[in-house]
Design a binder for this molecule. Sequence first.
Ligand code: 5AD
Ligand code: SF4
Length: 468
Amino acid sequence: MIHNEEALKQLEYIELLKEIVKEKEDELKRKLTCQVTTFGCQMNARDSEKLLGILLDAGFVETEEDDADFVIYNTCTVRDNANQRVYGRLGALKSHKKKNKNMKIALCGCMTQEPSVVEKLKASYSFVDLIFGTHNIFAFAEYCVRMYSENKQIVEVWDKTDKIVEELPVARKYSFKSGINIMFGCNNFCTYCIVPYVRGRERSRRSDEIVAEIENLVKDGVVEVMLLGQNVNSYGNGLDNEVSFPELLKKVEKIEGLERIRFMTSHPKDLSDELIKVMAESKKICRHIHLPLQSGSSEVLRRMNRRYTKEHYLELVDKIRAAMPDIAITTDIIVGFPGETYEDVLETVDVIKKAQFDNAFTFIYSKRTGTPAAAMEDQVDEETVKKHFDLVLSTVQEMARTRTRRFEGREVTVLCEGINEQDDSYLDGRMSENTIVHFKGDKSLIGTLKKVKLTDFHGFYYDGEIVD
Ligand code: 5AD
Ligand code: SF4
């Protein structure tokens, strides 16, 4: 039973799109193909499943090829190189489109929320048929119907929304695991970050809706969920009579048949003792926490508006490890923030060593127009950044290798996720701590949890053997 008026309206558009697709099929005497390419984070990956869900429902068939009849790029703009990759690939799409006059191209996601990007697309990329944003992604079917009936570039970008529209078709990439949006947007305004501008203010979904969605997924074969939000620790803020994030986790834990719970991303300033307690007592919450550090220098953190210090971060790590000694802690680090000195970088290196991260994504600072950091003086020169980046990266890699080794020889439970790409008699499994294990196994095991003995360590993954 669908309650949401907007969802009902969109389902009607899907019906109209079906008719259009059918007509085109009759004309071309073949199926229409589509391809959805995701750039960026898990939130975008989840959005892409929604886009593909609508297209498959309307009658398209999926292809991997860039010359599909309908190509959708779901973009990311967190760093400028993400934008550059999209522009690069659009150039190639233009030549495909010259060969296939039926071809349509759509662009959505975080990049299209930037007015300067939309201006550029209008001026120089007129072959892009449809441009829409993150706030109105639910209206994709409606825009597709318009795209096939109007012969001009359609631009539909909203600067905000208070709507949350779920309950539309979703094509999940995996049958046994799924992301679930629990909140959208971000209120933190870290000074380097464009996300609050392109994803808007924080909005949480109702916990009963989240639980109902997960229950349905479990009925459909899902055993692992990843609760998604830019800052899951502030879940529920702004909603009346709503539970906190740790309480939401407790509700999700009760869902029968669900085996594993993950979540992403946590902000150190909001991570509560209550959350640590709930995690430690849980049988289902995975032993992995992604806790972006960004910098180990309290002064840089202050200018980043992160609202915690080096000491606070390290205390938090100690508290988490005291409650769950084996937990994997991963992080994000930015190198080259304006004004960052060699001494600041040494502080970051110090935190990496003390916190003993299992892994860290290390990024070079990217200047994002409109953010406070873009206007800061003393942007660091490229050569210095490169040197600092290499130092941070080598420390991270050494730490990850040493730290991940701790499981060698142990028996662990893995979720069998797929056939190994190099050798199809092997499967890839994922430990609760997020480490990958390769082991001999049959594809019938995909989606199940298995006990595996970790035999050989290979730097960041293990080889293992099934033991039961
Ligand atoms: N430059 C480099 N990295 C950035 N991130 C966010 N904004 C920027 C930027 N302007 C990184 C942060 C964040 C991750 C998702 O992307 O480390 O945690
Ligand atoms: Fe960006 Fe900071 Fe929000 Fe993360 S918490 S999305 S880094 S503003």
